[in-house]
Design a protein around this ligand. Sequence first.
Ligand code: UDP
Ligand code: MG
Length: 337
Amino acid sequence: MSQNGSRTLSFLSLVIPVYNEQATLPFLRQQLESWLPTLGKINYEIVLVDDGSKDNSFAFLAEWAQSSPQIKVLSFSRNFGHQAAVTAGLAYAAGEAVVIMDADLQDPLSAIPEMIRRYEEGYDVVYGQRICRQGETAFKKVTAWAFYRLMQKCVYKDLPKDTGDFRLVARKVVDIVNAMPEAHRFLRGMFAWVGFRHIAVPYVRDERRFGETKYPFSKMLRFAWQAITSFSALPIRLVSFWGALVACLGFLICLYAFYCWCIGDIVQGWTSLMGLIAMLGGSCILAIGIVGEYVGNIFEEVKRRPSYIVERCLNCSTPTSSQNAGKPAVSPPKDEQ
Ligand code: UDP
Ligand code: MG
């Protein structure tokens, strides 16, 4: 890097998670093959992580890998989830900078040159920020809008708004995130948490052309809850606050009951008593449930299981940077390395 902070990128890795994307992969390959020559002198590799697809995605990727050693393919023993797939890609990527992008090209390749330009200016994390989401349902737009604002206000103030995993990350940041040991990986939060120089590149998110989203509502909800509980103790604090409020209310009700007893009016109030019991019962169960979520997370973390298991590995051998959580429990078979 020169003294004014600028540098020249010489080796770029693209990390692409793939889950049941057979419909979109030919389009991805064709788009990448016509775009990659525009990188000019920059060397590149593409790390495609097959997250336990049940369709023919792996067969397509295996054939693609035969065309060039720059195409690395990892395949998991089962579906471990999007964040695990990106984690694995980051562990195997060797580039001086790494771009994380989806297989469906909703995050356009045309935004990457601007990311590289920002990287060369000295920024270590250049994240894509969606200024518009095309072809997505109003429901998805509203929930995504609310999610980022809620996360920023209540959970982690430095989490950039409207930003997914599409981003360019410098090697030093990749190494640090790879070495972070947590099993519950909310990567966009982890990148924000590590610090360094960040900047946004605004872009228009295209609609998905082939196949379907792999994030139905139930999965989105689970992802949001996982993001909140892996990044903040806010729900538990809210429960404590609610507990304190209910305790104060209970005290006032005791005073009132005592007063009723004093004046001999002790039969009335059955309805309010039932209401209170139901409310308190519900609050207790809710509180236990939220505490249970955290205990469950701790349980998962202390087991120290890997975030994913690599079953097959084409054109690649071992992870390139020190890695804890993502270290494959099972090494890929020798003949496939
Ligand atoms: N994906 C994955 N594992 C999963 C779900 C999704 O690797 O369990 C990949 C998927 O193939 C895609 C990316 O993660 O490359 C984002 O998924 P998708 O495009 O379905 O999400 P959306 O853009 O609808 O939020
Ligand atoms: Mg998508």
